[in-house]
Design a protein around this ligand. Structure first.
Ligand SMILES: [Zn+2]
Ligand SMILES: [Zn+2]
Length: 105
């Protein structure tokens, strides 16, 4: 049977000034939101879910997390390696625990 009622996704571009895209550097990034609507006969009747706004570049389609969303990526730890044996050293190691060589500053 042909389904005439269901949930459809609609992409809404928010009416805000464009922001700079970090990927291509152009001011073409706009906030978009994917809302889900209950529709009947392809006509959206009721919005059942309001999506989270996402910054999407209109030019390169590069999605960028909205500025209000805190980044969950952990800070990159600068890895040091022993100049003698090449093994990875912890930041507080002054001497290599493997071969005893002084760690590079
Ligand atoms: Zn871009
Ligand atoms: Zn070493």
């Amino acid at each position: 049977m042909f389904l005439i009622a269901g949930i459809t996704a609609r992409v809404v571009t928010l009416d805000e000034p464009a922001q700079r895209c970090p990927a291509c550097g152009l001011f073409q990034a706009r906030r978009q939101r994917v809302d889900h609507w209950f529709s009947l006969f392809f006509i959206p009747l009721l919005r059942v879910k309001t999506g989270q706004p996402l910054l999407v570049c209109q030019r390169c389609q590069h999605p960028t997390a909205a500025p209000s969303t805190p980044s969950t990526a952990p800070a990159e730890v600068h890895a040091r390696h022993c100049g003698g044996c090449g093994r990875r050293l912890a930041a507080d190691h002054r001497f290599c625990p493997f071969c005893g060589r002084g760690a590079p500053e």
